[in-house]
Design a protein. Structure first.
Length: 687
DNA sequence: GTAGGGTTAG
């Protein structure tokens, strides 16, 4: 074209240029840009095409620089085609200000009745979070087409206004507008979000009746709806009928099966993909992590690192950090912290939250605070995670301090925040503060207390020994007390010894959750404490009859990046002989300073009666501590995670070991952290 | 003589 001079014909040059911008090759945009710079007098069409190309690129902000250049260099003013591209760029960069400027220019140029520009603006304002403005623009569209309706319906769905979206769906039909496949994609996703299978089925038949095209995206949205609403069978039927499937279809099925615990089938869909993208990996990892299989999640994460096709992203790391937190795997957790920095991944609030949570749950509260202090963006979840971290370490006053500072910085507390604040009050014995914040929830903060908040409040009162007040509090509850509420009261009765209230709490709890083994163990412990052996026997028989088993105690410890688990009396560890030798040595040392095993904990233990003397000695946390002393060099602290609450004897032993062996021990049990140092525990024996 | 807006999975 250069040789023939055709390139200097503006029309021909712009055809070549357009071809270049739609090329799928990754370097084609650079190429197009170079080409553009050689076009002598780019016309308005050419400029628009360049802006369009950048609007859907990875660098949409360029659109505004180019637009500026265009205003200076192009003899034609921007036209109705220019604005949709710029508005799209505004949505991409979430640039509310930029978009508003563009909107203003369109108005000045009297282009604000163009349906394309207005539809773009509806989408733009909604992605920037200004739903009111989106709706105002929508109402001003003189001749709404199907895209106008779709844009507004989608805006409502994405803002979580599901009822409004359904209303609009009705209204568009009332005004004679026929929904298309895009409309029904949004409406089906409303059904998925509401978990409303009935409505989902109705929309499905609506689509068939109205002969709406079953696009691949619509089929995928429908698969998503059926799996989320718990109808895997219908999802499978639809899936088998789909003429075309893509990676989204497979991922949706994968998630459906993984979330109902059918991991083998989920893996089949995972393996059936020609190439597993990062979303597929994330789906499987998070399914494992969220259903109590953190070890499998970490194994998959390791597999992912060997994969050539996908690289971990922020979502992967959030799930993986959460798995680390569950296991107390701080080596890997810290490695991920470094990984994010090294890879230059963008920090977001999700990542910050899970990193704080990981450090706090692995026992390194200082690191958690460091991450918290250095984070630039703090949303309500970041603040709440820090409050929870301080709470589980017994630092109630500091937690409340953070709660106050959060409000000073203009972040409004939500239901999660209050759960954590109340938990901080309960762990630190701050009864007055607990009462105060609970009573302020609705009137001051507009957060309606849920069952979990009542349970926390019962815990605050009960732990402090105010059993009657806690019981009265439950009786006055305006909502039905759930199992967690009775569980909190029962636990308090165990700590402070009240058989009458305990029996009532137990019965109410068992009515709601007949197979709650924790309830049986707690009541049995209370009977044992008072020497009510008939009660113990009765309960034990009832457990046998119903086939209810106590959850076995399990402690885990991370050494050199791998997690070791110990069960009660475990013999499966390769180094178990050494562990038991170490344990003998420890107990001998402890006895020399006057330690006597507290056997009251033995009598209380329902399932372990056969093991009598051995049982205490074999508690999993003792095994894990012994293993830690063997394999972790001083002065690195020993970090243990236990699935149940630590027993009184293990608690005393850990205190003594911390002094005798001059080692810090961080033990996370089901409810909180115990930081043993120089013969004392951070919980000050209030737990 | 060239063109534009809205949709699914973590």
């Amino acid at each position: 074209m250069l040789r023939t001079g055709l390139f200097f014909d503006p029309y021909s040059a712009s055809r070549l240029f357009t071809l270049c911008t739609v090329s799928p090759f990754s370097t084609s945009l650079e190429c197009a840009r170079k080409l553009f710079d050689q076009i002598p007098q780019p016309n308005i069409y050419t400029w628009n095409t360049l802006i369009r190309a950048y609007a859907s690129s990875s660098d949409p902000i360029q659109c505004f620089f180019i637009f500026n250049q265009m205003l200076c260099q192009c003899s034609d003013p921007p036209n109705k085609y220019t604005f949709p591209f710029l508005i799209k760029a505004g949505s991409e960069i979430l640039g509310l200000l930029e978009g508003q400027v563009i909107h203003g220019m369109a108005v000045k140029m009297s282009l604000d009745s163009d349906v394309f520009i207005l539809n773009s603006l509806v989408h733009f304002y909604s992605t920037c979070g200004d739903l009111d403005q989106a709706y105002k623009v929508f109402l001003m569209i003189p001749k709404k087409d199907v895209v106008s309706w779709n844009s507004m319906i989608t805006a409502f769905v994405q803002a979580g206004c599901l009822e409004e979206a359904l209303e609009l769906f009705q209204r568009m039909q009332g005004e004679g507008m026929r929904p298309n496949d895009v409309t029904t994609v949004s409406v089906i996703s409303v059904c998925a979000k509401k978990l409303n299978l009935k409505l989902g089925r109705w929309i499905h038949s609506f689509i068939e009746k109205n002969k709406i095209e079953m696009s691949l995206i619509l089929s995928n949205a429908m698969l998503d709806m059926y799996t989320k609403c718990g109808s895997l069978e219908q999802a499978k039927i639809l899936y088998d009928k789909m003429p075309e499937k893509d990676v989204v279809s497979l991922t949706t099925m994968l998630v459906g099966y993984a979330q109902s615990g059918e991991f083998a089938t989920a893996r089949k869909f995972f393996n059936a993909m020609t190439s597993q993208d990062i979303t597929a990996w994330n789906s499987l990892i998070s399914a494992y992590e969220q259903s109590g299989h953190p070890k499998e999640a970490l194994a998959l994460f390791n597999e992912l690192q060997l994969s050539k096709n996908a690289k971990p992203d922020q979502v992967t790391l959030v799930s993986t950090l959460s798995a680390c937190a569950q296991l107390g795997a701080m080596d890997l957790g810290g490695w991920i912290h470094v990984y994010v920095k090294k890879q230059g991944l963008k920090w977001n609030c999700h990542l910050t939250t899970s990193l704080i949570d990981m450090y706090a749950k692995c026992g390194d509260l200082e690191k958690a605070l460091e991450v918290f202090r250095s984070s630039k963006q703090k949303d309500v979840y970041v603040w709440s995670a820090m409050i929870a971290g301080l709470a589980m370490h017994g630092r109630g006053r500091d937690a409340i301090d953070i709660f106050v500072r959060m409000q000073e910085s203009g972040v409004k507390p939500n239901a999660v925040t209050f759960t954590n604040v109340l938990s901080a009050c309960s762990h630190a014995g701050l009864v007055e503060e607990g009462r105060l914040y609970f009573n302020q929830m609705q009137p001051v903060y507009g957060v309606t207390p849920q069952v979990k908040h009542y349970a926390c409040m019962v815990d605050v009162l009960g732990r402090a020994g105010l059993l009657e007040e806690a019981n009265g509090f439950i009786e006055k509850m305006p909502i039905i007390p759930g199992a967690s509420v009775w569980g909190a009261l029962l636990a308090a009765c165990k700590t402070h010894g009240n058989v009458g209230l305990a029996e009532n709490a137990f019965n109410r709890l068992i009515d709601l959750e007949p197979r709650n083994h924790g309830a049986y163990v707690m009541l049995s412990n209370i009977y044992a404490k008072f020497g009510l052996w008939n009660g113990v026997t009765r309960l034990r028989k009832r457990m046998r009859d119903f086939g209810i088993k106590k959850e076995p105690g399990c402690s885990s410890i991370e050494v050199d990046g791998s997690v070791h688990e110990f069960l009660v009396g475990d013999n499966s560890h390769p180094l178990c002989k050494k562990v038991y030798l170490k344990l003998d040595e420890i107990l001998l040392n402890l006895k020399s300073v006057g330690y006597i095993a507290d056997k009251s904990h033995l009598l209380q233990d329902v399932e372990e009666e056969d093991m009598k003397d051995q049982a205490l000695y074999l508690h999993s946390e003792k095994l894990a501590i012994a293993y830690g002393l063997i394999s972790i060099r001083s002065p690195v602290p020993i970090r243990i995670v236990k699935n149940l609450r630590v027993c009184g004897d293990c608690h005393s032993v850990a205190k003594l070991i911390s002094k005798l062996y001059d080692r810090e021990i961080l033990l996370r049990d089901r409810y909180r952290f115990h930081h043993f140092k120089e013969g004392n525990c951070s919980c000050m024996d209030y737990w």
